[in-house]
Design a protein around this ligand. Structure first.
Ligand SMILES: NC(=O)c1ccc[n+]([C@@H]2O[C@H](COP(=O)([O-])OP(=O)(O)OC[C@H]3O[C@@H](n4cnc5c(N)ncnc54)[C@H](O)[C@@H]3O)[C@@H](O)[C@H]2O)c1
Ligand SMILES: [Zn+2]
Length: 364
């Protein structure tokens, strides 16, 4: 069992990681949940496979637990889902002493976290992430949110969890495309701040793709450690936290350009990392050996979905990204493996050539 602290001005908590941990959730959470009622929020695919293990463990520890379901998928990440869950909570008698437990991927985590931050002006939340993406990224750091018709994550709050429990064994039932997509976020952590983690991706790729529990636990723990340290230093994305957006500037533009239908988030980030690496190489910030290693690592995880892109459209979208400040596009660029910098002075011609590069690689 590995325990990693997150220390932010609003709250400190532990991220506990261990294969088989779900069955020991009750013991782990006894302190946090003392005299509290727990309400587990999940989606049908996760309930079918994993809810029973969690519920049995909580009940055995004497914690009164109720299960609530929400619809699956990004389409359910809407304010209307929060309202329906809140009505259910009220009917079940949940008061200010309630604790919500998010059991699922990033969608469940974001919705449940948001709901917890506003239900009765705020109750506790515990994150129990069940996708790679949620384990290495979404469940840590306290960002919550839902989508509007006009854009993703436009409503949200910061609400740090009381605890995060990560059981890599639950990833066994994750569809393989989802599994791989999440790993790109973890590879991102290696590039931005942990050369050792990056090397694990190079040296243990086969085991990782086979979901080898030992390698997986190490990769997740290293990624969590990196995210925890960034979030601890910068809870509200003042500056440092931006480094987590490596691959995301162009990744977000690709997701939007393909109407969020063609690419999973992690896959868009994979293309975005290749593009950002190309920019770093073209601006002499990164040497060609390191650039080659990053690109090969991304591509080494198998074929990414093919795309038909128009470079001009991507460039236009970059200018209108919500993270663009005063029309200036910020890129997180690798200087070496394990070190990045924020650049706001990338010439448009170089951005174009990076998009051209992925356009060629991504063609059918
Ligand atoms: N809050 C943050 O800091 C943050 C960071 C990154 C991403 N996000 C958000 O996370 C969301 C994406 O999360 P995601 O990729 O986990 O998607 P997701 O929550 O939609 O899960 C993907 C699919 O996997 C299924 N699933 C989950 N766990 C499973 C398991 N163990 N076995 C079988 N199936 C399982 C889900 O039911 C779903 O169908 C996006 O909405 C994104 O905005 C938030
Ligand atoms: Zn991401």
């Amino acid at each position: 069992m590995i325990s990693i602290p997150v220390k932010t001005p609003s709250r400190s908590y532990e991220v506990v990681i261990g294969s088989g941990l779900l069955a020991h959730a009750g013991e782990q959470l006894r302190g946090v949940l003392e005299n509290k009622r727990a309400f587990v929020v999940t989606v049908p695919p996760v309930r079918r496979r994993w809810a029973k293990v969690l519920l049995q463990s909580l009940t055995a520890a004497g914690i009164e637990t109720t299960l609530l379901e929400m619809p699956d998928g990004e389409r359910a990440k809407r304010l209307s889902t929060l309202e329906k869950l809140a009505e259910k909570l009220l009917k079940l008698g949940a008061d200010r002493g309630a604790t919500l437990i998010a059991l699922g991927g990033g969608v469940v985590g974001d919705v449940t976290g948001f709901l917890a931050s506003i239900y009765m002006r705020g109750v506790d939340v515990i994150q129990v992430p069940t996708t790679v993406l949620a384990q290495v990224d979404a469940a840590i750091g306290g960002k919550t949110g839902v989508n509007l018709a006009s854009g993703k994550n436009l409503l949200g709050t910061f609400h740090q969890p009381r605890a995060v429990l990560i059981d890599p064994a639950v990833l066994r039932t994750l569809p393989s495309r989802e599994y791989r997509a999440g790993l790109y976020e973890s590879l991102k952590c290696g590039v931005i701040g942990d050369a050792g983690l990056f090397k694990l991706f190079e040296d243990r790729r086969r085991e990782l793709l086979d979901r080898d529990p030992v390698v997986l636990e190490k990769v997740i723990a290293d990624s969590v450690r990196l995210k925890a340290s960034v979030v601890s230093a910068d809870e509200r994305e003042g500056g440092l936290r931006q480094v987590l957006n490596f691959g995301h500037t162009i990744g977000h533009a690709l997701e939007a350009e393909t109407q969020y239908k063609l690419l999973l988030h992690g896959e868009a980030v994979a293309w975005g990392m290749i593009a950002a690496t190309h920019i770093a190489l073209s601006t002499d910030k990164l040497d060609s050996v390191a650039a080659g290693r990053i690109t090969n690592s991304v591509l080494g995880f198998g074929r990414l979905p093919r795309l038909k892109l128009k470079t001009a459209n991507i460039v236009k979208r970059l200018r209108s990204d919500k993270k663009t400040r005063q029309g200036v596009v910020h890129f997180i660029l690798p200087r070496e493996i394990g070190k990045v910098e924020i650049a706001s002075d990338v010439p448009e011609a170089i951005v174009r050539s990076a998009v051209d590069e992925i356009r060629k690689l991504a063609r059918d």
